[in-house]
Design a protein. Structure first.
Length: 346
């Protein structure tokens, strides 16, 4: 019997056509285009249905509402299909893949998020291959995770970052290896795949919480951070230097961070380096963060840290529990290091 895949088409370059105002999505176009791809009719390919969203979005406009809609549509169709493919713009694809990873609790089937840098409409495009392989993976392989497929690579969704605005190799997973590689064959690295033990899908809807992401810069003004940390802020992801360092010459910065934390603001420290981890307390220049009660995001991407914060706030956990869980891996989004301090080696 043919496998069945449910395709959710949210918008993005993949289905765009050229208009007077630049590339824009076009309703009904995806059905026609997919129908014209003869490979999709091959025996080895699954049957599919497409749920084209009423409003097709450039992914810059995707928000928690769309994350919730995608998750709910997967839930509604969960028992009828073998796997799910989400067609999405590339700009915020890593955020959506991260959010879905947390929202879809107990997931036991593949959810493959993909898109393209060049629309299907163009003669030379990356859309065709991405769609064909995403459909094959969603229907024929035991990868019950939220994945992101792009340019021959299957990533864990909550480990990805968009690293190129114009290369067809647009995504990276800097701190976790591939889940599969699609070369001559599709080679799945099954030992890396997470299998949920308590299967039974539950969608956790994210609430709308005020969360900020701030990249630390040399000479950062304390006033700027103080303004961001004001109520009603509930959580902040600080992209710090290196292993979690910030400028510490202005002592007021430490007080501002501590006051916010005492008010219940959750402070997660990630690194602005593409690879490696943030681990506060290694250098003196992160002591203000330690004293303020901030927690290390280790090697989490900012995208995953953001999704995780929404998730933990939506669970209504208290701040202590949230901080504790930030530092644990819930979906394979983080590797807790066995870090040796710089000085410990001497
Ligand atoms: N702006 C587009 C989007 O993210 C880019 C793309 O899909 O590649 O929706």
């Amino acid at each position: 019997m043919k496998k069945k895949v449910y395709i959710i088409y949210t918008g993005g370059t993949i289905g765009m056509v050229k208009t007077d105002k630049g590339y824009a999505p076009y309703k009904g176009y995806m059905y026609k285009e997919l129908d014209a791809i003869s490979e999709l009719k091959a025996d080895i390919m699954p049957e599919y249905v497409i749920n084209e969203y009423e409003t097709l979005l450039d992914s810059s406009n995707v928000s928690q509402q769309e994350w919730k809609k995608i998750a709910k549509d997967i839930e509604k169709n969960y028992h009828k299909y073998d796997g799910f493919v989400v067609l999405h713009g590339t700009d915020t694809m890593a955020y959506t893949a991260s959010a879905l990873a947390f929202m879809l609790e107990g997931l036991g089937k593949p959810v493959v998020v993909t898109g393209s840098q060049i629309p299907l409409w163009e003669v030379r495009n990356d859309a065709r291959e991405n769609i064909i392989t995403a459909l094959q993976i969603a229907s024929g392989y035991d990868v019950p995770e939220v994945c992101l497929y792009f340019n021959g690579k299957l990533f864990r969704g909550c480990r990805t970052i968009k690293t190129s605005s114009d290369s067809l190799d647009a995504f990276k997973s800097p701190n976790f290896p591939l889940l599969a590689k699609a070369g001559v064959d599709i080679e799945v690295y099954y030992h890396r795949i997470i299998h949920n033990t308590n299967k039974g899908l539950n969608v956790l809807e994210f609430g709308d919480f005020p969360i900020a992401v701030v990249k630390i810069i040399p000479g950062m003004q304390t006033d700027v951070l103080e303004n961001i940390l004001k109520p009603p802020l509930k959580g902040i992801i600080i992209e710090a230097f290196g292993v979690g360092n910030i400028p510490t010459q202005d002592e007021r910065l430490g007080r501002v961070l501590k006051e916010a934390s005492d008010r219940g603001v959750v402070i997660i420290v990630c690194t602005q380096c593409l690879e490696g981890e943030a681990h506060i307390g290694v250098y003196e220049t992160s002591s203000m963060l330690v004293e303020a009660g901030a927690v290390s995001g280790y090697d989490m991407t900012t995208e995953a840290a953001l999704a995780k914060l929404y998730y933990l706030f939506s669970k209504n956990y208290d701040v202590k529990k949230i901080k504790c869980l930030v530092e644990e891996s819930l979906r394979g989004e983080l590797t807790k290091p066995l870090l040796v301090g710089v000085g410990d080696q001497r």
